[in-house]
Design a protein around this ligand. Structure first.
Ligand SMILES: Nc1ncnc2c1ncn2[C@@H]1O[C@H](COP(=O)(O)OP(=O)(O)OP(=O)(O)O)[C@@H](O)[C@H]1O
Ligand SMILES: [Mg+2]
Length: 361
């Protein structure tokens, strides 16, 4: 699929923007702090209704404004789709898909598929586990609306349970109720994560082998806090019960998928502990490209890829690999300057110059 048009009103430093995009490659060029990432953020919003860089929606409203509106028009294999998101300060978000209001964010999913790749993502192997969980969550939300619902319910209950654990008089029967809900949503999350990582492992292994000319064998493994097993929901409930004394002492929930992680191995060696920086970055690149392939495999649509400042972070070989493997999807590339490797793809695309929230063609 590809994105045809965007309209931004009071979004970050864009007061009023209406742009049409190229079906292949869109270069967004400009000095620092002009609005390159802001534009990508606006585009990205249409995929899952959230920013990739803040969880506080209000931050995206232009300074001194009291609402923003983002409208994105896309073309899918068989039909067009348009998404409109309005956020009024302190009044919340409303979303329209093809002109119709939706009541739950999960109904927005499966309309516009977008993958973002920024320098941050190159550190995913080395970063703290939370970043890896976020990666899994974002991708699974894109692919499975039921995951989105399970995850947001799980987080809500987990927060309530953790707040309650900090109180003085604790009623075990109240914890029982929360444990039952955590077990239900937690089991759904664990089994979907396991299935997802198995699939992403197979695809990224092939990609990694291609990038490294067959020299490296990448393996990505789920490292769950509670293992997937038979009667999982009951098991999660039992484990929560067993760890209750510990939870009461530490005043927080110590067991569950909010403590999950993934591990990366190259030729059987743990990449986080022993891999070189180059290996860690290549593994991250393989993972990202696998994400795109998986979306195509599962939905039949090719996702749109946003490359935020990422080219300058990669060496020539990896840049070349990236550009070659992305020839048939729509790209948005932000950069402060056009490098030699980018010059090759420019003929297929369109250049937009950003200056202080305004775009020049
Ligand atoms: N809510 C907002 N309202 C108005 N302006 C904002 C808002 N949030 C951020 N900005 C402004 O947007 C600018 C940053 O834009 P952005 O992050 O898109 O820059 P960039 O072009 O990607 O720069 P870099 O090359 O450094 O990554 C800053 O000048 C910041 O003050
Ligand atoms: Mg930026």
């Amino acid at each position: 699929m590809y994105i045809k048009e965007i309209e931004l009103k009071n979004f970050r430093n864009y007061d009023d923007l209406h742009l049409e995009f190229n079906e292949n490659v869109n270069f967004i060029i400009g000095n620092n702090a002009q609005g390159k990432t802001n534009l990508l953020e606006g585009i990205y919003l249409s995929s899952i209704g959230k920013s990739f860089r803040t969880s506080r929606d209000n931050e995206m409203i232009g300074f001194d404004k009291d609402f923003f509106k983002v409208k994105v028009k896309g073309e899918k294999e068989l039909f067009p789709v348009d998404v409109e998101i309005t956020l009024k300060k302190d009044l919340g978000k409303s979303i329209k898909v093809n002109g119709v209001n939706i009541s739950k964010t999960s109904e927005l999913l499966e309309n516009i598929y977008i993958v973002i790749f920024s320098p941050e993502d190159l550190k995913i192997v080395k970063d703290e586990p939370e970043k890896r969980r976020k990666f899994i969550d974002k991708e699974l939300c894109t692919l499975r609306p039921s995951y989105y619902d399970a995850l947001s319910n799980y987080k809500k209950v987990l927060n309530q349970r953790n707040t309650y654990l900090k109180e003085y008089n604790i009623e075990p029967s109240i914890l029982d109720i929360w444990d039952m809900q955590l077990a239900k949503y937690g089991a759904a999350i664990i089994s979907m994560r396991e299935d997802f990582i198995k699939k992403i492992n197979i695809i990224s292994n092939k990609i990694h082998s291609n990038i490294t000319n067959g020299k490296e064998n990448l393996k990505i493994e789920y490292s769950p806090n509670i293992k997937n097993q038979e009667k999982l929901e009951e098991k999660v409930f039992d484990i929560l019960k067993e760890s209750r004394q510990n939870d009461l002492r530490l005043r927080t929930t110590t067991k569950g998928p909010h403590r999950d992680d993934i591990e990366f191995y190259i030729n059987e060696i743990n990449v986080r502990s022993f891999g070189s920086q180059g290996q860690q970055r290549t593994a991250a690149l393989s993972l990202k490209l696998a994400e795109l392939n998986l979306i195509k495999e599962e939905t039949g649509e090719s996702a749109i890829l946003l490359l935020d400042d990422v080219m300058s972070e990669l060496d020539a070989t990896r840049q070349e690999f990236l550009i070659k493997s992305l020839s048939d999807i729509q790209l948005f590339i932000t950069t402060t300057e056009i490098t030699d490797s980018l010059r090759e793809v420019i003929s297929k695309g369109k250049i937009y110059t950003v200056e202080n929230g305004k775009i020049k063609l």
